[in-house]
Design a binder for this molecule. Structure first.
Ligand code: HEM
Length: 186
């Protein structure tokens, strides 16, 4: 399948080799995923024993002022100092998906303050959101974050905060995968 120029498809491939060493794979809610040693993010959609597919897409909820603020402080992926990463696949409930757009936005931002309370984590955390729901994948979203080890604690605090909010009442499956950049010893 091919996508427009503003979208790109990736596969998170677990296995014995890859750029990222997997520190842990833990269920937050619902069924976990099998443990893996390493992870690679490859372009396109490929099959694999452990594989999750997603595609970047347009923003659903961000308004103009939020976009301006996000664009001003969002760092690029792949910074050399960002040696830690989190891959957090998430599936939301049928109840969430049955809500109209304005009600989802109200829960996401006006009541859960997802953007407002996450913005201070930038530019320390680089992020990318992949959508999986329309691909028939087991998760709706594959969320990916990169940060330096000294910012691991504040990232943890943010994750805890988001999980405590109303938005997360609609999360029915979530797996928390933490990684660090694999370093070859000479
Ligand atoms: C690091 C700071 C973060 C920022 C700045 C941020 C920002 C955003 C923004 C702007 C969106 C909306 C995209 C759209 O309009 O479609 C979004 C969606 C989302 N974020 Fe975050 N986020 C952050 C951290 C997190 C974390 C830590 C998690 C998971 C634990 C997370 C999970 C999600 C999910 C699942 C969505 C999709 C929600 C939906 O469409 O229903 N985010 N985030």
């Amino acid at each position: 399948m091919s996508y427009g120029s503003d979208q790109h498809a990736v596969t998170f491939l677990g296995g014995p080799s890859g750029t990222w060493s997997v520190e842990r794979v833990a269920s937050v809610v619902g069924e976990t995923l099998p443990p893996i040693e390493r992870l690679e993010i490859v372009p396109g959609h490929v099959a694999g024993a452990w594989s999750l597919r997603g595609v970047t897409s347009h923003a659903r909820y961000v308004d103009r002022s939020e976009k301006t603020r996000l664009d001003a402080v969002s760092p690029a992926l792949d910074r050399p100092e960002a040696t830690r990463a989190a891959l957090i696949p998430i599936r939301k409930s049928a109840r969430w998906w049955s809500l109209p757009q304005d009600e989802r936005r109200a829960i996401f931002e006006e009541r859960s303050r997802h953007i407002t309370d996450s913005l201070p984590a930038l530019p320390r955390v680089a992020r990318r959101l992949y959508h999986s729901r329309d691909l028939g994948e087991p998760f709706d979203f594959l969320t990916w974050f990169e940060y330096a080890p000294e910012h691991a604690e504040s990232f943890e605090a943010l994750v805890d905060l988001l999980r405590s909010r109303e938005e997360w009442a609609y999360v029915e499956r979530e797996v928390d995968i933490r990684l660090s950049r694999f370093r070859q010893t000479a």
